[in-house]
Write a protein that binds this ligand. Structure first.
Ligand code: DGL
Length: 269
């Protein structure tokens, strides 16, 4: 007996690939379905009410259609706003992605950390709570950037992106009072690890700062592996599927990047 049920990854766009990547590496036989809510993109500029209404309902329909064994909400915005509601609405395991403030606080030498996420994420009480629990002795500065989300999408469409735009976004965080002390930055939006190399170069351009970037991808991959330990996998997981809630030109442009994550079948929802 093998079990062909997929693990379903969910994000507003391509950001969740930064979580899918390390999970695939740990679970090479797992079948994956990746859902980008392109019809709702971007999430980070939406209100709490919009996200809270949209995400649990959509995940309910997706769970019915694709019958996953586990759902990974590979999006900080959706997780910090709607994780509890999704969990109570669905009768299956749901793993969320929340800002990696705990590991960042564990490694910061200067005791000053930055949280770079979407505007919706950085204002969440969930972030206040993580900060109080795990970084009580740190200065924690936050900055919300819609620009970096757009840059990550553009990069994965194969477009050239302007280094000055990454520097401007990072400066929004580091330029705040006390920002000169920051040595560790939490990439609190799943799109941002996709542009970590560009952010590292931007930190260099802002006075040669050596900043460590931290994200939750590897930790979530380990959590997914632990939750599925002992489960059956198909002998051949087949091509990974990428599902978009709205089709269009962007989807074709993303095909090569999606294929590099094993997502070779593109489908509308
Ligand atoms: N990737 C998402 C996150 O982790 C949000 C991007 C967006 O749609 O604004 O927060």
């Amino acid at each position: 007996m093998t079990d062909a049920r997929p693990i379903l990854f969910f994000d507003s766009g391509v950001g969740g690939l930064s979580v899918l990547g390390p999970t695939r590496a740990l679970l090479p036989r797992a079948p994956f379905i990746y859902v980008a809510d392109s019809a709702g993109f971007p999430y980070g500029t939406k209100s709490e009410a919009e996200i809270a209404a949209r995400v649990p309902a959509l995940l309910g329909r997706l769970a019915e259609r694709y019958r996953p064994r586990l759902i990974v909400i590979a999006c900080n915005t959706a997780s910090t706003i709607a994780l509890a509601a999704v969990r109570s609405a669905l009768d299956l395991g749901v793993v969320g992605t929340v800002p990696a403030i705990k590991p960042a606080a564990a490694i910061s030498v200067t005791r000053a950390i930055g949280v770079l996420g979407t505007s919706a994420t950085v204002r969440q009480p969930y972030v206040d709570d993580l900060t109080a629990r795990f970084a009580g002795d740190c200065l924690v500065l936050r900055y919300g950037s819609a620009e970096l989300v757009e840059l990550a999408e553009a990069k994965l469409r194969g477009e050239a992106t302007d280094p000055a735009r990454y520097a401007a976004a990072l400066q929004g965080l580091l330029g705040q009072p006390g920002g000169e002390r920051i040595d560790t930055v939490v990439l609190a939006c799943t799109h941002f690890p996709l542009v970590e190399a560009e952010l590292t170069a931007a930190a260099q351009s802002l006075g040669g700062r050596a900043i460590r970037f931290v994200d939750g991808g590897a930790g979530i991959a380990r959590r997914v592996a632990a939750l599925t330990q002992g489960q059956e996998w198909p002998d051949d997981p087949g091509a990974g599927r990428a599902v978009f809630t709205r089709g269009g030109g962007d989807v074709d442009a993303l095909a090569p990047a999606l294929a590099s994550y094993g997502l070779n079948r593109l489908e509308p929802f």
